[in-house]
Design a protein around this ligand. Structure first.
Ligand SMILES: [Zn+2]
Length: 440
């Protein structure tokens, strides 16, 4: 690196020479930092790219976005030609509940949780909010993640999805869950197309009140407009799926705006209920195949397996998908914050890749690439309560960022032109990231 002393400093030294000597310049405010230079940087705020800016990172965190000459006492990482954006955040995923197509306690392990977090990270999903039903091992992973060098997606989680039999037992259920120190509480209000009993309003009201008593936000799984509105009136902090039985109405829009409540549309969740009835087109996408387990793909093409994606539920959710998309757009246009969320993690909801599919569907539905990027960074972080740590490249937040070879503002699918993923400023090339199957 050529020694480069700013002219002003030389003049100052000449003036000060008689007093003190000027052998070496004083350390700059960026001493010991790393400077990521040459990229077009989008910080995650509402405006577009910063030109001629340098991202300064120290101790894993953003120190500054700097314009002008870079001091000599920093390490330069020239990433010219790339687009540099904040790491993506999935505000509704799941970890450790499945391995391949298997579920249940026999597949629960710390290694599986960690492999899935590395898989998310490989695809540029640097933070995951896992909304329930994780194995206990997932809490151990969260509690021992090294913030400065996680090597895998940062994890926040909800634990057991609560389903108390009555309002009177709600508080003790929530209290028991608190021993795990969950980041969220999760409930389901769903009769599974009339096959099960649905949680009653007095019960979910009691769970929501108890969660708030323990200062935890609560996320609600629901299907219908009436349940969404009931949950909003009762104080839910997140609507965890799109409304799938009716167009959202003004009352719902007002309830969401009044409480500043976000929604995770999980459009790919609907896709996963029917798409394997035939061989899906994305089985030929190199970006998908790169990390997919060939055995799982083979199993999903067996005729017996394909038949499982043709029943009543598959038909319902296939038919509901256009409405889910339209409702997402209506809420978004009404000023409700959409937080990118997929419900990936259960069998055949491919972590990492489904987030890219979700964002492509958001674009098809009519959101602009910039709006989708905000949804997957700033909104996903703020809506999940982790906006102080991640979501934008503001000073003080973790330096979790992506390097892209094409402009995602032109087309959100350019996020697939992923060159590198940085967690706390540690860059890993996309091709070097471990696969999902690489665990024992
Ligand atoms: Zn879910």
């Amino acid at each position: 690196m050529a020694l480069h002393v700013p002219r002003g400093l030389i003049m100052l030294c000449i003036a000060a020479l008689a007093l003190s000597g000027c052998g070496s310049p004083p350390p700059s405010p960026f001493a010991g930092a790393t400077a990521w230079t040459g990229a077009r940087i989008w910080t995650g705020e509402d405006e577009g790219y910063l030109e001629d800016a340098t991202l300064i990172v120290r101790e894993g965190k953003v120190l500054a976005l700097h314009r002008g000459d870079v001091p000599d006492d920093v390490e330069i990482r020239d990433v010219s030609g790339h687009y540099l954006i904040p790491g993506l955040i999935n505000a509704h995923g799941h970890v450790g509940m499945a391995r391949g197509l298997e579920t249940g306690p026999t597949i629960h392990s710390r290694e599986n949780v960690e492999a899935q977090l590395r898989l998310y990270a490989r695809y540029g999903i640097t933070t995951v909010i896992s909304l329930g039903d994780e194995p206990p091992e997932a809490f151990a992973v969260r509690d021992t993640q090294v913030a400065e060098q996680p090597g895998m997606a940062r994890l926040f989680l909800a634990g057991e999805v609560l389903d108390p039999p009555d309002a009177a037992s709600a508080r003790s259920k929530v209290e028991a869950l608190m021993r795990m120190n969950p980041d969220w509480v999760k409930i389901r209000v769903d009769d599974h197309l009339g096959t099960e009993e649905k949680m009653a309003p007095d019960v979910y009201g009691a769970v929501i009140d108890a969660s708030h008593e323990f200062e935890r936000p609560l996320a609600s799984h629901m299907v219908t407009l009436e349940d969404a509105k009931g949950l909003l009136r009762a104080g839910t902090n997140l609507i965890a799926h799109s409304v799938r039985d009716a167009p959202v109405d003004n009352e719902m829009i007002e309830l969401m705006r009044e409480g500043d409540i976000c929604i995770t549309p999980t459009l790919t969740r609907e896709v996963s209920t029917f798409v394997y009835a035939e061989r899906p087109a994305f089985f030929d996408d190199p970006f998908f195949i790169k990390a997919a387990d060939p055995e799982v793909l083979e199993a999903l093409q067996e005729p017996d397996m394909q038949a499982r994606f043709t029943g009543r539920a598959a038909n319902y959710y296939r038919a509901a998908l256009p409405l889910a998309k339209a409702n997402m757009l209506t809420l978004h246009e009404a000023g409700v914050r959409v937080a990118m969320g997929t419900d990936s993690g259960p069998p055949a909801r491919f972590q990492g890749y489904f987030e890219h599919m979700e964002m492509a569907m958001m674009q098809e539905a009519g959101m602009t690439p910039l709006e989708i990027l905000i949804s997957a960074t700033q909104n996903a972080a703020d809506c999940s309560g982790v906006g102080d740590a991640v979501g934008t490249l503001a000073p003080g937040k973790w330096a979790d960022f992506l390097l892209l070879d094409a402009d995602p503002m032109d087309d959100i699918r350019h996020l697939r032109r992923l060159a590198g993923i940085a967690l706390a400023g540690h860059l890993q090339p996309f091709d070097d990231m471990p696969h999902a199957t690489e665990h024992d």
